[in-house]
Design a protein around this ligand. Structure first.
Ligand SMILES: Cc1ncc(COP(=O)(O)O)c(C=O)c1O
Ligand SMILES: N[C@@H](CCOP(=O)(O)O)C(=O)O
Length: 462
């Protein structure tokens, strides 16, 4: 299995190389040269299997010879061993035809753990083989950062630097990133919003002297391995509702477009997905893009679903690449226009493909609060604000096909909004019960590429 860049100007890589490389050297994102498919029999056989079994079947065709079968199966088992639910990703019924896929039973209480725990295992296996030392730099609006720190803290051959927007993540998210005691963890509170953090991270990748000098690696959804691991729960949940013999629909609370792109890959692999619905908060660039056929960047407005406060949606580039029939030159030109002018227009053929593939909707702050309140009465489920954005939008797309909405984080990560909507204060689980008593370690940093590069080089030299 080979991987190609969405901008067609970087070398083809193996799975292992693409995973360890992060951003392609032409600024693009790696995708598989061919998307493998699963047969109806392979999918039907998943009924009743463990999450780990399904994960192996779904991901194995993408891995090539990076790991042997036994090695890869062992990494999957280790990745999910610490999850706090036997099903890993349980489904709850909200009403007759609407289901919630709970993705928050991992160690940091968000869906990011599904991929990050596995990436952590795969990175360690690869680094043990190569004997290399790497510097991970990640950008986060709250959840990727804590999941990455959890997966890599204490590892001898890895330093992990996480850039988060100062004052724009929840207190629980911030403390998850600033309280680990391991000295290879560096929490950096940057002036600006998540888009600024992601832009400076991409600038680091595009500075080859720096990139090669520190052995830079990325664990954002830039990294194909992140997207791949997220494909699995589309299969596990759909199969438990009757797929491949019955189609299902999904609604995905969306920011950086990684999770919904994983759903698109599941569909391309053969999973019968009817509607694939993008749910955005008030930072609704993706919804506007589908409606108007042009992507126009606006400022980010802070919301009660802060992890989705994103306007430059990194993985949309992967969807564009497919929409343009894998023409990397067109994608490169559109991404340049977005960077230079803050907008680009999508051709008629490409927007038709995107509209055929995805539906979209937006939830206002008031609607999100109302859904958190209402859902507690309707089904007894306490939703986090991100999941509530999903449920709000999904309810508009109900049909005879079962709808699965992804619950992307635990309500205890966002207690203020949940308490305001329901009067209930969601408690942290036992392993995080003393989070507010732990001391914090964080460095306030400017939005300045050179200053950040100096800080990183100084820290890793110690
Ligand atoms: C809780 C939560 N929900 C939804 C999202 C959006 O996911 P994606 O960026 O993959 O679209 C994020 C962040 O990525 C998140 O942390
Ligand atoms: N919402 C994310 C933003 C980064 O997304 P990623 O999937 O590209 O890592 C977060 O919580 O950090």
């Amino acid at each position: 299995m080979k991987y190609v860049s969405t901008r067609s100007g970087a070398p083809e890589l193996s799975f292992e190389q693409a995973m360890m490389t992060g951003l392609a050297r032409d600024g693009g994102l790696y995708v598989p040269a061919v998307i493998p498919t699963l047969s109806v029999d392979q999918m039907a056989a998943m009924a009743g299997q463990s999450y780990e079994d399904i994960a192996y079947t779904v991901m194995r065709p993408f891995i090539g010879d990076t790991f042997t079968d036994d090695e890869f199966r062992g990494l999957i088992d280790a990745a999910y061993a610490e999850f706090n639910h036997a099903a890993r990703a349980p489904l709850k019924q909200l009403d007759s035809n609407h289901f919630l896929l709970e993705l928050f039973h991992g160690p940091t209480l968000a869906f990011k753990d599904f991929a990050m725990q596995l990436i952590g295992q795969m990175f360690q296996a690869s680094l043990t083989r190569s004997g290399k030392r790497i510097t991970i730099v990640g950008a986060t609006s709250g959840d990727t950062g804590s999941a990455a720190i959890e997966a890599f803290r204490g590892l001898e051959n890895v330093d992990v630097f996480i850039l988060f927007p100062h004052g724009r993540v929840s207190e629980v998210q911030r403390r998850q990133m600033t309280t680990p005691v391991e000295t290879n963890v560096h929490a950096l509170a940057m002036d600006g919003d998540f888009d600024d953090c992601q832009a400076v991270l991409k600038d680091m990748f595009n500075d080859f002297d720096f990139r090669d000098g520190v052995n830079l690696a990325g664990v954002n959804s830039i990294n194909w391995g992140r997207v791949l691991a997220q494909v699995v729960y589309f299969f596990s949940s759909a199969v438990s509702l009757g797929a491949p013999h019955r189609p299902v629909s999904f609604t995905v609370p969306t920011g950086n477009f990684g999770d919904i792109f994983a759903g698109y890959i599941a569909k391309r692999m053969g999973l019968p997905i009817d509607q694939l619905v993008i749910a955005t908060n008030q930072n609704d660039i993706l919804h506007r893009t589908l409606q108007t056929g042009a992507q126009v960047k606006e400022g980010v407005t802070p919301s009660i679903s802060p992890s989705m406060d994103i306007q430059v949606s990194s993985n949309f580039e992967r969807a564009l690449f497919e929409a343009y029939g894998r023409d990397g030159d067109v994608v490169a030109a559109q991404m340049d226009a977005l960077k230079d002018n803050g907008s680009f227009s999508i051709s008629q053929g490409a927007i038709d493909m995107l509209r055929d593939t995805f539906a979209s909707g937006r939830s206002s702050e008031a609607e999100t609060y109302a859904t958190i309140t209402y859902e507690l009465v309707r089904s007894g489920e306490l939703l986090c604000p991100h999941s509530a954005v999903g449920v709000t939008v999904a309810d508009r797309f109900q049909s005879a096909t079962p709808m699965i909405t992804l619950a992307t984080a635990h309500p205890a990560k966002f207690p203020a909004a949940v308490e305001k909507a329901t009067g209930q204060h969601p408690p942290l689980p036992p392993h995080m019960a003393d989070l507010y008593e732990r001391s914090e370690r964080v460095t306030r940093v400017p939005n300045d590429l050179a200053a950040l590069q100096t800080l990183i080089k100084e820290r890793i030299a110690k």
